[in-house]
Design a protein around this ligand. Sequence first.
Ligand code: SF4
Length: 341
Amino acid sequence: MRSFDYRRADSLAAAREGLGEAAQIIAGGTNLLDLMKLQVMTPKQLLDINRVPGLREITETENGLKIGALVSNSDLAADPRIRSDYPVLARAILAGASGQIRNKATTGGNFLQRTRCPYFYDTSMACNKRQPGSSCTAIGGISRMTAILGVSEHCIAAHPSDMAVAMRALDARLDVADATGDVRQVGMDELYCLPGERPDIETTLAPDDIITAVHLPQKQSGAVHVYRKVRDRASYAFALVSVAAIVTRREQRIATAALAFGGIGSRPWRNSEVDEMLAGEVPGEPLFAAAADRLLAEARTEEGNAFKTRLTRRTMISVLREATGLEPASVGTDRVEESAA
Ligand code: SF4
């Protein structure tokens, strides 16, 4: 690890003042410290915001729930209001990392964790995200954990967060304080950039922006929440595919559907056309299969991740079956297999 200066900020104003070009905010540090040990990130200064007051509370507001950026992943998943009103979020968080990491990892930091593409962590390999213009070793290389949606010829890395997938389905909005102290709201649909030609630029945040809180909208009464994560082992593994679904019903039809996906997108993935296809329709396999077709229409695969189109389709249909209360027997596994991309 390269040497660095370490400072603590005891207020947001002090944090803003300390955030120069070379400074990097640290909160939980569960991803940043690994990256520093490997010299993937080499900040000259760490600015610790753990003592900034007012960022560890979860409060009820007129519009829903406000979660401070320093609330740990463990505390967020355990909060009774999250467990009862936003269970998709609690389940997504508990599907990620280990208990020890969740105790340290913060809500704000979770949004900003970096990809787990192995070439990004190996400084002997070319990686456009780490070193722009150097090329992408994952294209044509080991790509099992990479994305199939929102990729470019410069980067196919997948966003690793589970929490952010649930936040995307929930239409969460972030409070972001800028260099002058003004706070603006940034929606989950506005936070992440596609890799394009500059995969090193991952979010729309400025270097001196600080995430201070996340807002969840009022709970939807009667909504069924499902979070399903498919991975190579039962715990402490990143998603091959994950699906967050929030579905409401009216009589025999789907009233509203919000689906977000992890493990397959360069950012927590959501396609509003998929949600719109499902709304107002009678649930059933033809509808679910058509929605999966729409989701995967722009998928771009490598040899090592081509299985993800099929796995995504099957997982999505299974989640929709659960969320809409369809009996398992009404959607035959064979038929799902047959329609797999
Ligand atoms: Fe780097 Fe992205 Fe290519 Fe991985 S997929 S090697 S992160 S450029």
